[in-house]
Design a protein around this ligand. Structure first.
Ligand code: FDP
Length: 337
């Protein structure tokens, strides 16, 4: 007989009991992430049938066009986390300002989220994601304080993502390895499908929007030329994979190895991706799986954000591949001096 599958709920409770013997608060937050995912997955699936495709005609706070599904995902997340009474402040890609949710003594957490990442894929039946990172507001930040909590990504207590692809997967870490769960649609449960994920030290794939190649800095261009060269012993050329949805591209890199890059280009002088709710949570996951996340010059998880919607360059994935990228960036910088 097959052993019975481990549900996300059981896994979270056991992990919290082992590593964070507190009050079950992290479990409750993670179960709300799963709840949001269970609402979004079918809504994304039937979006074309219920008028949920297309734009709402507004730009979000960081200047991107807002899709109907972006708005729906954001509302769903805000309502789900408000219900817990645990979240003091919520930062979302879709909200200009911090959303102050709860003020009670239990409201000890800050949640950073991109509720629907890769929403340019909504109308073409492509993959999308939800990204989340959770911080505990201890040490100076009093409950109900209105200043945004801006901490290094390394201090997250839980982070992860949901991938809405051919199946819906939830991947999370609470700082003790990374585990992945697949939604069994009939049971309505996330079941452990990818236990203790390890990102291979080197990979076969690179993932980047090569349309910006001629806008990238010399070190980045040299690195791309390097990965495209033929050299069998070092596994080159690497294969190119890019879906335009960060979570989907990152998930491949996490599982199969390789490198995802979003460097600065002419339209995005600091890179395009957002530090607090894209780069830092994914950096925490990848590093917990033995990989590396960097701007090219410094670790993503060591950056103290200055604002909630701050952007960052990113190179993330297999440790050896990211180290090689950093070497090219450093050498090009040295040559320019
Ligand atoms: P999107 O604008 O569709 O939300 O979060 C930003 C993001 O998607 C990432 O998911 C994705 O990897 C990237 O932008 C795609 O950007 P490009 O179209 O510039 O490649």
């Amino acid at each position: 007989m097959q052993p019975s599958p481990i549900t996300l709920g059981r896994h979270i409770i056991e992990e919290e009991h082992r590593h964070h013997p507190t009050t079950g608060e992290l479990s409750r937050l993670l179960m709300q992430v799963a709840f949001v995912a269970k609402i979004l997955a079918p809504e994304i699936g039937r979006a074309a049938l219920v008028g949920q495709l297309g734009l709402v005609g507004e730009k979000n706070p960081t200047g991107d066009s807002q899709k109907k599904l972006d708005v729906f995902a954001n509302q769903t997340a805000v309502e789900a986390f408000a219900e817990t009474g645990l979240v003091a402040g919520l930062v979302s890609e879709e909200l200009a300002e911090v959303k102050h949710i709860a003020t009670g003594a239990q409201a000890k957490y800050w949640l950073f989220t991109d509720p629907l990442d890769g929403s340019s894929n909504t109308d073409i039946n492509g993959s999308m994601g939800t990204i989340f990172g959770v911080y505990r507001c201890d040490g100076g930040q009093s409950v109900g304080d209105s200043t945004p909590l801006l901490r290094k990504g390394a201090t997250q207590v839980v982070a992860g993502y949901v991938l809405y692809g051919t199946s819906t997967m939830l991947v999370y870490t609470s700082g003790h390895g990374v585990n992945g769960f697949t939604l069994d649609r009939e049971l309505g449960e996330f079941l452990l499908s990818h236990e203790n994920i390890k990102c291979p030290a080197r990979g076969r794939y690179y993932s980047a929007n090569l349309g910006h190649f001629y806008e990238w800095a010399p070190g980045v261009r040299k690195y791309i030329e390097y990965v495209e060269e033929s050299d069998l012993p070092t596994g080159r050329p690497m294969g190119l994979r890019y879906s335009g949805a960060l979570v989907a591209d990152l998930h491949r890199i996490l599982v199969d190895g390789g490198i995802y890059l979003y460097p600065a280009d002419s339209a995005h002088r600091d890179g395009k991706l957002r530090l607090t709710y894209e780069c830092a949570p994914l950096g925490f996951v990848v590093e917990q799986a033995g990989g590396r996340a960097s701007t090219g010059r410094k670790p993503i998880l060591e950056i103290e954000p200055e604002s909630i919607h701050q952007r960052s360059q990113i190179a993330i994935g297999s440790s050896q591949d990211v180290l090689m990228f950093e070497k090219f960036v450093a050498e090009a910088k040295g040559a320019a001096q």
